[in-house]
Design a protein around this ligand. Sequence first.
Ligand code: UD1
Length: 416
Amino acid sequence: MSYIIIQGGGKLEGALTVQGAKNSVLPILAASILHPGRTTLRNCPRLSDVEASVRILRHLGCRAEWEDGGLVVDASSISRWDIPDHLMREMRSSVIFLGAILARLGWAELSHPGGCELGPRPIDLHLAVLRQLGADLREEGGCLRCMAQQMAGREIALSLPSVGATENAMLAACGAEGETILVNAAREPEIADLQEFLCGMGCKVKGAGSSTICIQGRQATHDVCHTVMPDRIVAATYLSAAAATGGEVELRQVNHSHLSTVTAALHAAGCQIYSSAGQIVLRSDGRLKAAGTVRTAPYPGFPTDAQAILMAALLRGHGATVFVENIFENRYRHVDELCRMGANISVSGRVAVVTGVPALSGAKVRCTDLRGGAALLVAGLSAVGETQISDIFHIQRGYEDAVRDLRALGARIALV
Ligand code: UD1
């Protein structure tokens, strides 16, 4: 079993280039099957979730290989429309293949997806939009059988702006006849990246980034080379780590406008932050203050994925910060682990109150989920003594090499 060991208490200093975004590349890999030709992805992070997508693509009969620093998919040879249970269970994003397979082949068979345990994660909205496009979906013995020989575009209003349901709808609508208008769509930057990718393949999609997206159904016709956008949550992690430990860190290849709510909270906590095109610099003396109330919300609100990470940065902040988790029902599983390090956090339903303590002490802790694991990295770096983090496969789902990156910033951290 692998662990991450951190000797905490040192400052972080230096510059780092941020990896490509997990939440962007996963739907793009699903979308790659729309085109019976080649997709080349640059800045594609090497993550266990990306490897899981590659396994799905290969199972479907596509070629997927790492070449010259990029991932190349050739979907001309797709030969299957089913995804077996063990591949579906590897991650939540496997469900985005549903819309893509239906658009390309008109038929799909799969089971419910896995992913981080954050409370109930239904796929009812995904299924509702596909049904509205004309897909016939039947659930039998845990298996979803879907037939969509003739999907037809129409106006579809999502009852909430689900990221995954928006992506699934966009991919399915590319294979539908006529125009689909998605209303109350998610506005996350990763959706805009997916649109850019789809347009690069010759699909006609516009409006992503706003809450109305229009898709003109048509066959993807072009080979495409796409550079995956920077990962805003990985950037938030390293900014939070520098805020908590003190020091000065420069992040390169980031889009600061994607991080405005996170940097606003870190600024409120007393950090100095400078940003310019493609770059953010954070300076902190490590003595933070409370950041008021942080409410998670769909983009452009504060990202739920950064909630645990910012919380970890504020554990020693002077005063009390209130977190309100509005997206997922059970997203405080990291709290017990942080308390093992001496944090003072009380949780009641969707609200967590963090009261700053003078010091954290290193401890043996366990990742409960991907971003909860990232929070342990941040807390461990600012704690006194040694922190040993187990179940780090959660972290590897979303961070290409967190140990390498943090070491480059001067952290005393090792994978053992
Ligand atoms: C995506 C991100 C995840 C992030 C989340 C919210 C990826 C791979 N994952 O997940 O990192 O935390 O957005 O920003 O991009 N819901 C339903 N029914 C559905 C679908 C969703 O009720 O059919 C609910 C969910 O339970 C949740 C809320 O909608 O409460 C938002 O979920 P959603 O935006 O769909 O998140 P994901 O796409 O799963």
